[in-house]
Write a protein that binds this ligand. Structure first.
Ligand code: BG6
Ligand code: MG
Length: 218
């Protein structure tokens, strides 16, 4: 019997893909004749592709037919994929692999809980796919974070109770989802933004082995 399940968000937790999402949305915005800033991109973290486009079009005051909307969704993703294709191991955020290795050594369950429909190819590209027992992504959920669905499916997949699950997240919606699911929430990023989390770290380099040990045993 495993002690705990550790559920990782992907974008912004395992890899810094937020910058590629940003570049692809910015390109589309510029094509449509308006600017899209990095500050505005903060709103897009943890948010589904469809919802991101809705927000983007609102920002640009643009109305679109369903057909046009769908075409822009495809266009943005095709552009995003040109960045993903070039990804390799070097894009894994600092100390993430060390934490995954440690959890494996301690025989803990590991899952992915991401809103992205590109999660599987990204994990493959950076060589982390073998670490994950369960992958719950944008293709397997019907409700977006802060709905807890994504994490609850992962827990069920791993046959673990929600209270025995620990979630690593860089988005406000993701932390809220973990809290609603009654899981331990760990914010990775700006503590002020992620103040609803049970614990906060700037990144995994700040996380001591002692802390992970404590999570496994508590
Ligand atoms: C989330 C990102 O992980 O995935 C969001 O934080 C992104 O910014 C969402 O919009 C959907 O990603 P994708 O790859 O399906 O377009
Ligand atoms: Mg994220």
């Amino acid at each position: 019997m495993k002690d705990k399940a550790f559920i990782f968000d992907l974008d912004g937790v395992i890899v810094d893909t937020a910058k590629y999402h940003y570049l692809a949305w910015k390109k589309l915005a510029n094509e449509l004749g308006f600017e899209f800033t990095e500050e505005q991109n903060e709103m897009f973290k943890g948010v589904s592709r469809k919802r991101c486009l809705e927000i983007l079009l609102d920002l640009g005051n643009i109305e679109a037919s369903q057909e046009q909307f769908d075409r822009w969704m495809v266009e943005k993703n095709e552009d995003y994929l040109t960045y993903i294709e070039k990804m390799d191991e070097s894009e894994i955020l600092p100390k993430v692999k060390k934490v995954l290795k440690y959890l494996k050594k301690k025989d803990q369950s590991i899952a992915l809980g991401s809103a992205s429909k590109n999660a599987q190819p990204i994990l493959e590209k950076v060589g982390l796919l073998p670490y994950f027992e369960s992958i719950v992504d944008g293709n397997s959920v019907t409700k977006a974070k802060p709905d807890p669905e994504v994490f609850l499916i992962a827990a069920k997949d791993l046959k673990m109770k929600p209270e025995d699950c620990i979630v690593f997240e860089d988005s406000v919606a993701g932390i809220q989802a973990a809290n609603i699911a009654n899981m331990v929430s760990i914010g990775i990023g700006d503590e002020k933004v992620l103040h609803e989390a049970d614990y906060n770290f700037k990144d995994f380099t700040e996380m001591k082995k002692k802390f992970i040990k404590k999570l496994i045993k508590e």
